[in-house]
Write a protein that binds this ligand. Structure first.
Ligand code: F6R
Length: 259
């Protein structure tokens, strides 16, 4: 089962995950990081900024989970812009080594296969950061997504468009389509680290971790993976039946075990 770590707040969560990423950067010759966008991973990226001084990141590769289809890459809310602003620039990464799925309409038919090949050529993702949607999506794999899916175009649900309207002037500006790593792609990463904060995520987190494995809750795919860490604040953990067990397990974790 996933290791569930319940922490006081977002910054503690960010620090915990950032420490693990620094460990990867220092120990793996060509580390590959799977990058999420949205609000959830921001504390991780902030904590990384404070920790990367003196560490060699010239070899660090990154693959974003998703991108809107048809959005101008220069739009401030394209995931290419978000990754540049929140990750590449502040962390001093080589932009050539950080990829975001190509949402250009003209090339969309083969963009998914191109992305899968790029991930495979890089040797696969070592650590994949994930957020979770209120409808249980990871990446933009909306309910009903195949657990075997690879990077492809998806239609965003109305709920996801409403959730993401806060980044745009209005919901009408939120694109209807996206290109996202599939659940199969995500499951191929060697370590999944899912973060969630706030009460609004509590139902989705409980369904994903303690409900049945079901395409109706795409994040429940993490139950099929052998190495998953879930980092939650109290509010996001508030509907977990086994919360006390997760706390007990983490408090008694052998010192030699990493995340
Ligand atoms: C973003 C992504 C999505 C978000 C999810 C939660 O790249 O793949 O799955 O992680 O929509 O979004 P936030 O973090 O904004 O609540």
């Amino acid at each position: 089962m996933a290791e569930v770590v319940i922490v006081e707040n977002r910054s503690v969560a960010g620090a915990l995950v950032a420490d693990e990423i620094v460990r990867l950067i220092d120990t793996i010759p060509e580390p590959v990081l799977g990058l999420a966008t949205g609000s959830t991973p921001l504390p991780v990226y902030e904590a990384l900024r404070e920790r990367l001084d003196g560490h060699d990141v010239s070899h660090l590769r990154g693959f974003a989970l998703d991108e809107y289809v048809g959005i101008d890459p220069a739009h401030p809310e394209s995931y290419r812009s978000v990754i540049t602003r929140e990750v590449i620039e502040p962390l001093g990464l080589d932009p050539e080594l950080v990829r975001v799925p190509n949402g250009a309409v003209e090339t969309i038919e083969h963009a998914g296969d191109d992305y899968e090949k790029a991930i495979a050529d890089a040797g696969g993702v070592d650590l994949q950061i994930l957020g979770i949607g209120t409808d249980g999506h990871i990446g933009f794999n909306e309910p009903g997504s195949s657990f075997a899916s690879s990077t492809r175009i998806k239609t965003l649900t109305q709920q996801t468009r409403e959730d993401n309207a806060r980044f745009f002037d209005s919901i009408h500006d939120v694109p209807q389509h996206c290109i996202t790593q599939g659940l199969g792609t995500i499951l191929r990463a060697r370590h999944l680290v899912l973060l969630a904060f706030g009460e609004g995520k509590a139902d989705a987190v409980a369904a994903a971790l303690e409900g049945p494995v079901s395409a109706m809750v795409p994040a429940s795919a993490v139950q099929l993976h052998a190495h998953v860490t879930v980092v939650l604040d109290e509010a996001a953990a508030s509907k977990l039946r086994l919360a006390d067990y997760y706390r007990y397990t983490y408090a008694n974790k052998p010192a030699w075990q990493g995340l």
